[in-house]
Design a protein around this ligand. Structure first.
Ligand code: PGA
Length: 252
């Protein structure tokens, strides 16, 4: 039997959070303090402006801090961009790449996402590589084809289980309150696992596959019970420590 994969529960704050939001990190750290050995890893990805502050208040806690995007290059004339090295320097250990909002708003292709994941690895960050189909693609029965091609194009060839996490986020489920059925999630995560094993062998068997899209305390138990779901990528419900804790406590 395959070794148990330690789940990862990651919060993506997106473009939300001013300095005052540090109190949510403090509240989360306090809740975690009461848990001796959490059975999962906990990650918060605040906006880049809060990474250093979040790292500071989370110091000594079991909360890791991550970025939401990075540039493929380490430095240079790229106004407004942030490199993986800069995220690492600010205290991040993870970075999300290829989120569907970045793919849509910034025309990020699979090749760009792959270059960003490689940059994350170069800087020593674990890359959370997002994939997911749109509603139209789903309705056309193309979900698995789309996911497989995004995985093929977005994952670096040298990806390892330690440095790479895949997040399956159906675009139509993000921020909508809608989620796929447990059966649908099982089908997609099963296909992702197969693709990872075929390409990366034993590393692919150990790689974490997160589900994301309208995860809430009320559906977290059902989603976590699905085979090959090794954690969650949580948007809206990660903004308040209380809601996020409601999800974390079902996984840990
Ligand atoms: P949501 O977002 O939980 O608000 O649906 C998830 C995500 O986009 O990562």
């Amino acid at each position: 039997m395959a070794a148990r994969i330690k789940p990862l529960v990651a919060g993506n704050w997106k473009m939300n959070g001013l300095t005052a939001a540090r109190k949510e990190v403090v509240a989360l750290a306090m809740k975690l303090d009461g848990k001796k050995k959490p059975a999962c890893e906990i990650l918060l990805c605040p906006p880049a402006t809060l990474i250093a502050a979040a790292r500071e208040v989370a110091r000594g806690s079991k909360i890791a801090i991550g970025g939401q995007d990075c540039h493929a290059k380490a430095s240079g004339a790229h106004t407004g961009d942030i490199s993986a090295e800069m995220l690492k320097d600010a205290g991040a250990t993870y970075v999300i790449v290829g989120h569907s909002e970045r793919r849509a708003d910034h025309n990020e292709t699979d090749a760009i996402v792959k270059a960003k994941a490689e940059a994350a690895h170069r800087a020593g960050l674990t890359a959370i590589v997002c994939v997911g189909e749109t509603e139209a693609e789903r309705d056309a029965g193309k979900t698995l084809t789309i996911i497989k091609s995004q995985l093929k194009g977005s994952l670096p060839d040298a990806a390892t289980a330690k440095m790479t996490v895949v997040a399956y986020e159906p675009v139509w489920a993000i921020g909508t309150g809608r989620t796929p059925t447990a059966d649908d999630v099982a089908k997609v995560h099963g296909a992702i696992r197969k693709a990872l094993e075929t390409r990366f062998g034993s590393e692919g068997a150990k790689m974490r596959i997160l589900y994301g899209g309208s995860v809430k305390p009320s559906n977290a138990v059902e989603l976590m019970a699905v085979p090959n779901v090794n954690g969650a990528l949580v948007g809206g419900a990660s903004l308040r420590a209380g809601d996020f804790w409601g999800i974390i406590s079902t996984y840990c």
